[in-house]
Design a protein around this ligand. Structure first.
Ligand code: DGP
Length: 121
């Protein structure tokens, strides 16, 4: 599944974004609603809708998103202190844009677990 989203428009420079990294497979740009001092979205240039659409044929592109995260962490000085990468899936995961993206959050210590209400199972 590869429906076009706003992220395709960012890849194609049809709408602006604060791009911090680009190569042939991936693009990284600052999140419009940052949740940390450094909050970028690292996306594959191929439109993969959700984690459920990851398979053996696109796994290398998805793995590459982590390579980009590691590069950015070193480049921006976050590698030693640490950072968080998150990929949300569908409604319960909090996904709002259906082109997979790795959130990379850095520049402050983050809490865990990420939910604020009490877990009831
Ligand atoms: P998620 O909820 O995991 O699907 O995250 C989507 C993120 O995308 C959210 O943190 C806000 C960000 N976002 C949505 N639209 C735009 C946009 O047009 N530009 C930028 N830079 N970020 C966007």
């Amino acid at each position: 599944m590869s429906a076009e989203t706003i992220f395709t428009k960012i890849i194609n420079r049809e709408i602006p974004a604060d791009i911090v990294y680009e190569d042939d497979q991936a693009l990284a740009f600052r999140d419009i609603n940052p949740q940390a001092p450094f909050h970028v979205l690292i996306i594959p240039k191929t439109a993969i809708a959700t984690i459920n659409d990851i398979n053996d044929s696109n796994a290398a592109e998805v793995g590459h998103l982590y390579v980009v995260a590691a590069k950015l962490a070193k480049e921006h000085g976050f590698a030693d202190d640490g950072y968080r990468v998150v990929m949300n899936c569908n409604n319960h995961g909090g996904q709002t844009v259906y082109h997979i993206h790795l959130h990379m959050l850095a520049g402050k210590a983050m809490g865990w677990p990420p939910y604020q209400d009490t877990l009831k199972v």
